[in-house]
Design a protein around this ligand. Sequence first.
Ligand code: BV8
Length: 271
Amino acid sequence: MDGLDAGIAEVRGWLAAARGVAVLTGAGVSAESRIPTFRTSPEELDGFVDDDEDGGAWDSMKALWARFDPATLATPEAYRRDPAMVSRWYDWRRVMCLRAEPNPGHLALAALQRAVEGRGGRFGLITQNVDGLHQRAGSTGVIELHGSIHAWRGIESGRAAAFGEGPIGEYPPTVPGSDEIARPGVVWFGEMLPDAAVRSAAAVTDEADVFLTIGTSAEVYPAAGFIGRARDAGAKTVEVNPEATAASREVDVVLRGAGGEVMPKLVSRAV
Ligand code: BV8
């Protein structure tokens, strides 16, 4: 049995005995659903979205990705500076998320929740992702620390603005029935995280016997801080990631592999 298999066997034992399980996910769990992460390079982008699907929007967005570090677009300043460009970028991502499908990693996490809760345990899924794929995979009570790319709202009134499955087509978009500019319901860099989400994340973390961190570089705070919080609360901590991260040295076990490959092995024959 190689190191990864041995690690999976050990963590499976922990999960089977756990009363409380908490999970923190990042963009890496959606990479296998062909949604680029913030670290996906422009060269890698071609593998993520087919050109013809986007009828040319793809090229302009790819140029945007090449020209700007996504983190510099994910700010209130960028939206104030160029609402048309930034809202087009978010709408392109929104449509990409709608077209994406949950992958085996998402599905395994939903199965893990059913297994833990089915035996009376407590389960919490904390995500940094804004794509909604955990919910579409069947996870419930998902804690969206960074909001949702599907929940646009008026920049003054906060009124919800619902858009269809295709590109909005007007940038910046307005709240339907009004001329109020709408913004994506995500948390930008420099913005506070939703209080309720942070409190829920802290609660499930403090109750966890096992804390899994999957597909995150563990570099964005305060989200990444939940890994150390879990460890300090006495949880066994596990990282699932094909690459080393800022948290690799602080967790108990590193499962060096893709979420879509490792998670089904962790959860097969429901723990
Ligand atoms: C805030 C929504 C108060 C938008 C995002 C200390 C404390 C508090 C704040 C800070 C602090 N230090 C710095 C800050 C400020 C800042 C921050 O953390 N900056 C970083 C760059 C250092 N934090 C904030 O501004 C937060 N607000 O704290 O308010 C405040 C304000 C100002 C100053 C102080 C305090 C708000 C942060 C939220 C930003 N919004 N998303 C959008 O999506 O457009 S963040 C966004 O980027 C994502 O949500 C995600 O969180 C982050 C990217 O991180 P990851 O998800 O980890 O993805 P990444 O691309 O980095 O890595 C992918 C990983 O997947 C890799 O490890 C890769 O190996 C792995 N992978 C790849 N394939 C697979 C895989 N894993 C598994 N399987 C695979 N197949």
